[in-house]
Design a protein around this ligand. Structure first.
Ligand code: ZN
Length: 372
C-alpha cells in the first residue's frame, strides 16, 4: 500500500500507513498557515482491502463544525466521484472504504485540475467572438486569464474560485461557459447581443495547484483583498480590479462554495452604504429566475444579511457593488449536498454544479433589461 499526493491539487501528510485499518493522516495548511481543510490524495495497492483512515488534525480545519454531515468525494477513474463513509469522531475525520480497484482517489470535493482549466481556456478562444487575454501573472508565475465575449454595451463580470479549495466554483464556470458560448442556444445569443461578458474562471490558480483551501501563494485570502489589493500580495485581485475599473461593471457574480451549509444560495451586498431598493429588486429577480430554472437552487437558507453600513468592504461583492453602484452578488454552493433536492450517492457534484452554472443564464436574462 502507498499513499501519494504528489500531483496537481494534492494535499495530505502521511503520519502512519503501516496498518490499512488504522492509517493516520494530516492536512497540510495553506501558505500563510491560517487555513486548512482541502485534501486530495491517492491510495494504491488496496483492491479489496478495508481502509480506515483518520485525519488527525481535522479539528484544526478552518470550519471544523462543517465536518458534521460531510462525506468524502471518492473516485477510481477521476471522472465519476461518489461519496464514501465518513464521520467526525473525537475531533478526527474518519474515512472508511473498501476499494473495488487497485487505486482510489479521495478529495474534499471533486478536483478541477490545472490541465482541465487550460482546456477550458483553450476551448473558449476558438468559439466565434470569444477572446482570451492574459491579465498578468500570479505570485507563483501562473497566467491569470480573462475570457471576453459579447457585443452589448453592458459590462457583466463573473469570477470564480477566489478560494481555490472551492473547486465546485470552476465546475460551475465550465457549465456557465459551455452554455454562454453555445451559438445554438438562443438565450445565450440574446444575452451576447445585449452585454459584454468578462469571465475569470479561476481567480486563484496557485492555490488550486498547491492544494490550498482559501489562500494564494503569498498567504492572502483573496476575498479579503478587494479594498487595497497589491501586486506583491494579491496580484490576482489587483489585475482584475484594475480591468474592472477600465470596463466599468453593471453586474458582478462571484462564485464560491460553502463548507457548512448544504444549500445553494446568494449572498448580497445589503450592508454597503450605497445599497439601493433597485439593487434589491434586481437581486430578487435574479434569484427567482434561478429557482425557477433549477430546483437545486434555493434562497430559504443562507447567510444572515449585514446591517446597513456594516458590510466588509474587503470582499469582492461589497467592494464592487459600492464602487460601481451595480448589482453584485456572491453565489455559494455546498461541499456536502443540496439538501432541498438531495442526491446522497454523489452529493453536490461536478454535473450538478455545471447544470447550475448553465441555469445562471436564465437568472441574468430575467434582469438584463433593467441593468442600468
Ligand atoms: Zn469562498
Amino acid at each position: 500500500m502507498h499513499i501519494s499526493s504528489a500531483f496537481d491539487s494534492g494535499n495530505i501528510e502521511v503520519l502512519d500507513a503501516s496498518d490499512p485499518t488504522d492509517i493516520t493522516l494530516a492536512i497540510r495548511p495553506d501558505a500563510g498557515g491560517d487555513h486548512l481543510q482541502w485534501f486530495h490524495f491517492r491510495v494504491s495497492g488496496v483492491r479489496g482491502v478495508p481502509l480506515r483512515m483518520r485525519i488527525t488534525n481535522a479539528e484544526a480545519a478552518s470550519y471544523p463544525t462543517a465536518w458534521d454531515g460531510y462525506r468524502t468525494a471518492t473516485s477510481y477513474d477521476r471522472e465519476t466521484w461518489f461519496r464514501c463513509d465518513t464521520a467526525y469522531v473525537d475531533k478526527e475525520l474518519v474515512i472508511e472504504h473498501t476499494p473495488e480497484h487497485d487505486t482510489v482517489h479521495f478529495a474534499y470535493f471533486a478536483p478541477y485540475s490545472r490541465e482541465r482549466h487550460l482546456d477550458l481556456i483553450a476551448d473558449a478562444q476558438v468559439v466565434d467572438g470569444a477572446r482570451v487575454e492574459v491579465l498578468g501573472q500570479t505570485v507563483d508565475g501562473r497566467d491569470l486569464e480573462l475570457i471576453t465575449v459579447g457585443d452589448g454595451p453592458l459590462a457583466l463580470w463573473l469570477i470564480a474560485r477566489q478560494h481555490p479549495g472551492e473547486s465546485m466554483a470552476e465546475w460551475w464556470m465550465e457549465g456557465f461557459l459551455g452554455r454562454l458560448l453555445d451559438h445554438d442556444d438562443a438565450l445565450a445569443r440574446l444575452l451576447l447581443s445585449r452585454a459584454t461578458f468578462y469571465v475569470v474562471p479561476n481567480m486563484n490558480p496557485d492555490g488550486s495547484s498547491r492544494g490550498h483551501l482559501r489562500n494564494n501563494a503569498a498567504g492572502a485570502n483573496l476575498n479579503r483583498e478587494w479594498h487595497e489589493p497589491t501586486m506583491a500580495r494579491s496580484p490576482e485581485v489587483k489585475l482584475v480590479r484594475d480591468r474592472m475599473d477600465a470596463t466599468g461593471v453593471d453586474f458582478c457574480l462571484d462564485v464560491h462554495g460553502d463548507e457548512e451549509l448544504p444549500y445553494n444560495f446568494i449572498s448580497g451586498a445589503e450592508g454597503i452604504a450605497g445599497w439601493t431598493d433597485e439593487m434589491g429588486r434586481l437581486q430578487s429577480g435574479f434569484i427567482d429566475a434561478l429557482i425557477a430554472a433549477n430546483p437545486d437552487f434555493q434562497q430559504e437558507y443562507g447567510y444572515g444579511i449585514s446591517k446597513p453600513g456594516e458590510a466588509n468592504m474587503t470582499m469582492c461583492t461589497n467592494q464592487i457593488a459600492q464602487r460601481f453602484g451595480c448589482l453584485a452578488m456572491t453565489l455559494e454552493q455546498p461541499f456536502k449536498d443540496a439538501a432541498n433536492h438531495p442526491s446522497p450517492e454523489q452529493g453536490w457534484s461536478p454535473p450538478r454544479a455545471m447544470a447550475l452554472g448553465a441555469s445562471a443564464l436564465n437568472g441574468i436574462a430575467a434582469i438584463i433589461g433593467s441593468l442600468r
